[in-house]
Design a protein. Structure first.
Length: 245
């Protein structure tokens, strides 16, 4: 009985920890969701279509890209390919998190895969790498993912219902880059990560002229390549120094 209570308490603690760790990021997520609710209606989507996109697609960046391309009558094949490319980063997230989640049953992996957003990945990966491991770590991702999912659905609904009454002077669109900055900054603790972020940022500025928001894909690729190469060089440099000693 005691062991069962301990296990339940440990799972609850991880879940609550995930909620708490993810909560500060909602300061940026909520305005982002409101903006999407407004933008969805402006490009011709119905209120139901706009809300269901947040529930089914559940990816802020890809939803914004979808609405932008939809508004410019982009060919369907290009639209699907671009949105899929933007979401390719989730494949990388899944590969990284699989190290900690591969032992779970399929139903757990499907649920956590659905909830694995940028913010949830950032806070839960930080927990997995910087705190002691446990058999209930996946509850942390469940908590960080659910708090974001809930706030995203509610804020999208707010944007749909009250968007037209929100003054433009509020500049809610500025919450979008602020959200991603808040996610990225805490992870810039070593050279490869910093070099990767700088490379991706420069590539995004340089390739802004590309059509269909392809600069997103190019910038992501440049960031990944820069991070991989700098990590390889750094490890070799440290190894050589250790060998000399």
């Amino acid at each position: 009985m005691t062991n069962k209570f301990t296990r339940k308490n440990s799972a609850r603690n991880e879940f609550v920890s995930g909620l708490k760790d993810g909560l500060p990021l909602q300061i940026g997520v909520i305005p982002f969701g409101i903006v999407f609710g407004i933008v969805g209606l402006e490009v011709g989507l119905s209120p139901l279509q706009t809300f269901l996109m947040s529930s089914i697609l559940f990816g802020g960046a890809s939803q914004i890209v979808f609405t932008q391309l939809h508004a410019t009558a982009t060919p369907f094949a290009v639209l699907v390919a671009t949105v899929s490319a933007v979401n390719l980063r989730h494949l990388l997230y899944g590969m990284v998190m699989s190290e900690y989640l591969r032992h779970l049953p399929l139903k757990w992996r499907l649920i956590l895969g659905y909830l694995l957003t940028d913010e949830a990945f950032a806070v839960s990966h930080q927990r997995y790498t910087q705190r002691p491991t446990s058999d209930f770590m996946h509850y942390h991702l469940l908590g960080s993912g659910l708090i974001l999912w809930f706030c995203w659905q509610v804020s999208t609904a707010i944007g749909i219902l009250s968007g037209p009454t929100i003054p433009e002077s509020f500049q809610l669109g500025f919450a979008i880059p602020l959200t991603f900055i808040a996610v990225i900054i805490p992870s810039l603790t070593h050279f490869p990560a910093i070099f990767s972020a700088i490379s991706a940022g420069l590539a995004a500025l340089i390739f802004q002229f590309l059509p269909f928001n392809l600069w997103l894909i190019v910038a992501a690729f440049c960031g990944i390549m820069a991070g991989t190469l700098s990590s390889y060089v750094s490890k070799n440099y440290i190894k050589k120094i250790q060998e000399r000693k």
